[in-house]
Design a protein around this ligand. Structure first.
Ligand code: HQG
Length: 182
């Protein structure tokens, strides 16, 4: 059986951060050619064909990737560090969203708020459970409630990705409330 998780992680690297790893590029909307992705991955020792790629796009637990209509192009729905415009939908956020992070980042977050760091946007979760999963990737997890309703009232913009992740450009400290440590 193919290790789809390993392939999916590599595809995330290519489609969000470093397409040059396999000698391909993304267009301004973040699309890669499916043909170039498959050929480039195979030449880099990652055995993948169209069927496997379709399975990854369909079954990825976070819905990270999308094809275009005729499946000649593929892109990541969010999470990029390369500067592409994936045509995110601007949307009115709920009153509260959540951000899971690691304890060691908290002092800096309390002082300067949430920043996108290496990505294009700050990523926010719709519930605490998801935020805990996100934060735990980095270490001992702390969850902040983000007063997104108030932020929106004060003119901050929000977008929701194709796979339901909320994004914003930054969160000043006044909109943050630490709610949970795990
Ligand atoms: C922290 C995954 C110090 C921030 C997840 C986070 C998500 C600060 C880390 C998506 C800071 C960046 C994104 C400040 C923010 N000082 N640290 N001022 N502001 N940080 O991985 O949000 O599985 O770039 O709290 O599920 O953890 O890849 O962002 O801990 O949806 O699809 O800097 O990535 O999705 O880390 O995760 P990341 P994230 P995938």
């Amino acid at each position: 059986m193919k290790d789809l998780t390993k392939l999916s992680k590599f595809i995330a690297l290519i489609l969000r951060h470093k397409p040059e790893t396999i000698g391909i590029s993304l267009d301004k909307n973040g699309w890669a050619s499916v043909r170039e992705l498959i050929d480039g991955m195979n030449q880099s020792g990652y055995s993948v064909d169209m069927e496997t790629l379709e399975e990854i796009v369909c079954t990825d637990e976070k819905g990270r990737y999308s094809f275009n209509d005729d499946k000649t192009k593929i892109r990541a729905n969010q999470g990029h560090s390369v500067n592409v415009d994936v045509e995110l939908k601007e949307a009115v956020p709920p009153k509260t969203l959540y951000h899971g992070t690691a304890e060691r980042f908290c002092e800096s977050i309390r002082a300067e708020g949430l920043k996108p760091m290496s990505r294009l946007y700050v990523h926010l979760s719709k519930d605490v459970e998801t935020a805990v999963k996100v934060g735990s990737r980095h270490g001992k997890c702390v969850v902040f409630a983000v007063k997104t309703g108030e932020m929106a009232k004060q003119g901050h913009k929000f977008w929701i990705s194709e796979n339901g992740v909320w994004l914003t450009k930054n969160v000043p400290p006044i909109f943050l409330e630490e709610i949970e440590k795990r």
